[in-house]
Write a protein that binds this ligand. Structure first.
Ligand SMILES: Cc1cc2nc3c(=O)[nH]c(=O)nc-3n(C[C@H](O)[C@H](O)[C@H](O)COP(=O)(O)OP(=O)(O)OC[C@H]3O[C@@H](n4cnc5c(N)ncnc54)[C@H](O)[C@@H]3O)c2cc1C
Length: 500
């Protein structure tokens, strides 16, 4: 074998997955068809849960230094408020995808990830032991790489998905949106947000002084998908929708997107897996795609690493589909709803007004912001505790070595058994897994922890946290901990104990 895992695609998903695998000591090779990063600005933000995920790995400061925190989020252009108690990072961070990719690539380089550029996956051959990946490169003869595992992080038109014969069912586009980073000298305001007109809608957001991101949406124009995108097309579209081009000039980047929504039928097919846009595409409303790809990577990374290192059976990888496919399905669903809410016409005007008035209610606003920020995800983990399967709150802790936080304990991407009641039962049980599970004794700073979708719950007595920050098992104070359940959870997620 040439490497443990080949990742196709050095976008945000592929880079994040590569880093997760390297943190677990896995040899990984990323192959990327482009000779260098495009520098295309694309996605414009990171949500709460992704900010938490970056914090879990100790690299959040790099992103906060470049981006700008926003006071509100949105659902189809209708504002979502935030609540400081729900996350340490309750706001979206405005940061361009080009910066996100640059920062991830720098981190990948520090971790020793090999990125082979100008290498396009063009074929795969599979057998019981691995996958031979055929690469189109600058050399005359095709190259190959052989590995036990291949992960397609190669975007919405994924070659890996097609070569693996994985279906991509979903719904067709009903609209076309054009997007460009341009100068708009005649725009009377700094910021135009989903302004709806009879022809569609447009937005213009001042990302940095001197230039705007302009987006136009026109409906029932799905047939234009293959037409080349040019600055002139964007100017014509803005003029049709807004009645003027606001003096548009100096394009840095133009592109298009639509509301087609498709999802891979299987995220795993034997030794081939899919993550990010390769597994799901949708209307980019609410900016969820990159976030979901990064979170796919963080769900898959530690599982694939455990299988590569012989610590867990291959069946652990099936939990990747079981956990992430429903998350993708829900995002496709909410983006279809957001697409319906921006269509022109008096019926949608009325629907939007009704929906907007509902969003004023705290419960509605909270429900939607938890959904868009992926704070309420609960994986189907086999345990009765209310926290089981949910993302662990980033509670303050006191340890013998000083103050820390739960998310800080996850920097090494290793599981953590956190004993908050003076370590007897749970810690003793988990000692059998001490080679791969960190055992931490601490006191919780607060008696109650806020949990999105649940409200405040009493701080638990002990927790088993997976490397992705989701709770695998928990015990409450005042009752004997279910140590048999803990043993089962440790074995299910991290393999058999070293002894006993
Ligand atoms: C206008 C717009 C705005 C958006 N805004 C947001 C936002 O605010 N927030 C958000 O979360 N998301 C947003 N998104 C979505 C986001 O851009 C994507 O979800 C994200 O880029 C997906 O990352 P990825 O790594 O899965 O795929 P990609 O970014 O598509 O990366 C795939 C990589 O694979 C490479 N590749 C392709 N084929 C091959 C091959 N055969 N061999 C080797 N390499 C290959 C490509 O060159 C590319 O580098 C937006 C999208 C658009 C279009």
């Amino acid at each position: 074998m040439d490497t443990d895992v080949v990742i196709a695609g050095a976008g945000p998903t592929g880079l994040m997955l590569a880093c997760e695998l390297r943190l677990a000591g896995v040899d990984v090779t990323v192959v990327e068809k482009l000779a260098e990063r495009t520098g295309e600005s694309r996605a414009g933000g990171i949500h709460s849960r992704t900010l938490e995920v970056l914090d879990q790995r100790g690299i959040l400061d790099r992103f906060l230094a470049v981006g700008e925190l926003q006071p509100v989020g949105h659902f189809s252009g209708l504002y979502l408020e935030f609540d400081e108690s729900e996350s340490r990072h309750p706001y979206p961070l405005m940061i361009l995808q080009s910066d996100i990719e640059r920062l991830l690539q720098e981190w990948a380089a520090e971790l020793g990830v090999r990125v082979r550029r100008s290498a396009e996956v063009s074929g795969i051959r599979r057998d019981a032991a691995g996958v031979t990946v055929e690469l189109r490169t600058a050399q005359a003869r095709p190259a190959t790489l052989r590995a036990p595992w291949l992960v397609g992080c190669d975007g919405g038109r994924s070659t890996v998905r097609k070569l693996a014969g994985i279906d991509f069912p979903g719904t067709e586009a009903t609209m076309t949106a054009l997007i460009g980073d341009v100068e708009l000298p005649d725009l009377p305001e700094d910021y135009v947000w989903v302004r709806r007109t009879p022809g569609g809608d447009y937005s213009a957001i001042a990302f940095e002084p001197g230039w705007h991101r302009v987006i136009t949406s026109e409906f029932d124009r799905g047939a234009d998908r293959e037409e080349p995108v040019t600055f002139e097309r964007l100017r014509e579209s803005l003029t049709r929708v807004a009645g003027t081009d606001f003096g548009m000039r100096n394009p840095r980047w133009v592109s298009r997107f639509n509301d087609a929504a498709r999802q891979a039928a299987r995220y795993r097919d034997g030794r081939v897996l899919l993550a990010g846009d390769a597994a799901h595409i949708h209307f980019p409303a609410g900016g969820q795609g990159l976030n979901m790809g990064v979170q796919d990577a963080v769900n898959l990374g530690w599982k694939l690493a455990a299988v590569v290192r012989g610590r867990a059976p291959e069946s652990l990888l099936d939990s990747y589909h079981a956990e992430r496919h429903p998350v993708g399905e829900r995002v496709l669903h909410n983006t279809r709803a957001q697409s319906a809410l921006v269509r022109p016409g008096p019926q949608t005007d009325a629907l939007r007004e009704v929906f907007g008035s509902l969003m004023v209610f705290d419960d509605v606003n909270r429900y939607l912001r938890h959904m868009l920020n992926a704070l309420d995800i609960r994986y189907p983990v086999d345990s009765d505790h209310v926290l089981a399967g949910r993302r662990v709150p980033d509670a303050g802790l006191k340890t013998a070595d000083g103050a820390t936080r739960v998310h800080e304990l996850l920097h090494a991407a290793r599981p953590v058994l956190l004993d908050l009641r003076g370590g007897t039962g749970p810690t003793a049980v988990a000692r059998g897994w001490a080679d791969r599970v960190d055992l931490v004794e601490a006191r919780a700073e607060d008696d109650h922890w806020p949990v999105p979708a649940l409200g405040e719950i009493p701080a638990p007595a002990a927790l088993l946290v997976r490397p992705d920050g989701h709770v695998a098992w928990a015990a409450d104070a005042g009752a004997a901990p279910d140590t048999a359940g803990l043993r089962t959870a440790l074995t299910t997620w991290f393999g058999p104990a070293l002894r006993g």
